[in-house]
Design a binder for this molecule. Structure first.
Ligand SMILES: [Zn+2]
Length: 394
């Protein structure tokens, strides 16, 4: 059992407390049970007597749920710093750069792919991320996608088959879609929980995306879609129609797309990835429009070597507030409970009794500093499944 006291502000995301969406408790304490789940939260003054005297005092710091980063591409070889420099010198981003990483991934050993994925997962943990979704999508052959998913499974249980990232250069699109829906899906499904498609200009059109997601659903996988990132299209409509857990990017939406998402009542989440816009110097989506319409919004890093090479959820939060018209409370909710909703999980992304004891201790008195102090190291310590997993409380 672990008892944490001296919490200036505890974000629980527990709506049943009737303390706003974040369920904030001031002057709080938190108890982790022997099952590594949250056993008790409340005002420290009400801490039950059996817990008194065994506590770790965090001395007036804020505690928030660990971040749930529901969209990453951590399994890849090489990097694309050269392409980044070219783009920053005036060349526009297109989906084709994925093929550069495909070549580096195919030539990398399983071991080097795993070392890189573990390195990035640790980097994410150090900034407060306790759950990651990880996609394949840089192998683009049956064998390379299957081994990418095995590597993904070493860092998370939230694994996603993204064979339909782009068409590899050796294939024609129709033949490749057949492969993804057939043998590739068959080899990948045992190590995947989700299937995803990059439905956009330069990748897959809506008919191909429908075929791929339908095949994935038949194989028992949950659905996700990269939609409406580079231009307006029917990807979001397709995601809603097929009951996807999340439509990701959502940079170019019209009113119809927004009402379709809102009408799902949170069943299909819009996952916004502001570091992708930041790193490609693109226009940010307007989260305000989505939230005001009643859409459930998640925030994620899209960590990948081409268009968003960061694992920092604090950076994502500050961009969402400063560039996407979210409030600080909304951004913190979307990076925690919102990410959990995008993975259809209620046992993470919140600190209600019974949820996993995944939380971050900040070096500030309030979660507002996550947006207010962009680029600053704000996470002192991270507990994952009840254990101190990164940083320290000294
Ligand atoms: Zn992505």
């Amino acid at each position: 059992m672990i008892v944490i006291t001296g919490i200036s502000s505890l974000v629980t995301n527990d709506a049943s407390l009737e303390r706003g969406k974040l369920g904030i408790i001031n002057n709080a304490a938190l108890v982790v049970g022997d099952d590594n789940k949250i056993a008790w939260t409340g005002e420290e003054i009400n801490l039950p007597s059996e817990f008194v005297g065994t506590a770790i005092n965090v001395d007036g710091r804020a505690v928030i749920p660990g971040f749930v980063d529901s969209h990453t591409h951590l399994v890849f070889g090489g990097d694309r710093s050269g392409e980044f420099e070219a783009r920053m010198s005036g060349k526009p981003y297109s989906a084709g750069g994925i093929r550069t990483t495909m070549a580096a991934t195919r030539s990398a050993s399983d071991e080097s792919l795993a070392i890189n994925a573990h390195r990035l997962a640790k980097e994410a943990l150090n900034t407060g991320t306790t759950t990651l979704e990880v996609k394949s999508g840089y192998g683009l052959s049956v064998n390379d996608e299957a081994r990418s998913l095995k590597v993904a499974g070493q860092v998370t249980t939230e694994t996603t088959f993204l064979g339909a990232h782009v068409v590899p250069p050796e294939s024609a699109i129709d033949e490749y879609v057949d492969l993804v829906c057939g043998e590739m899906l068959k080899q990948c499904a045992p190590n995947a929980k989700w299937i995803d498609v990059f439905c956009d200009h330069g990748a897959f059109d809506v008919d191909h995306a429908r075929a791929i997601l339908s095949a994935g659903a038949q194989a028992g996988l949950g659905l996700r879609i990269h939609a409406n990132q580079l231009q307006h299209g029917d990807g979001v409509q397709l995601g809603v129609e097929l009951g996807a857990a999340s439509c990701d990017h959502c940079t170019h939406l019209n009113g119809k797309d927004i009402s379709a998402l809102a009408d799902t009542n949170g069943r299909t989440v819009a996952t916004l990835l502001p570091t992708a816009e930041l790193c490609t110097r693109s226009k940010f989506p307007d989260a305000r429009r989505l939230i005001d319409a009643g859409v459930s919004v998640a925030l994620a890093s899209d960590c990948n070597p081409g268009s968003s090479y960061t694992t920092s959820m604090p950076l994502v939060i500050s961009l969402a507030v400063l560039n996407m018209n979210m409030t600080c409370d909304e951004a913190v909710w979307s990076a925690t409970a919102g990410g959990a909703a995008a993975l259809r999980r209620s046992d993470i992304g919140n600190l209600a009794a019974g949820s996993h004891a995944d939380f971050a201790v900040l070096n500030s008195r309030s979660h507002i500093h996550l947006a207010y102090r962009p680029g600053v190291k704000l996470v002192d310590a991270v507990f994952a499944r009840g254990q101190l997993a990164a940083g320290s409380l000294r």
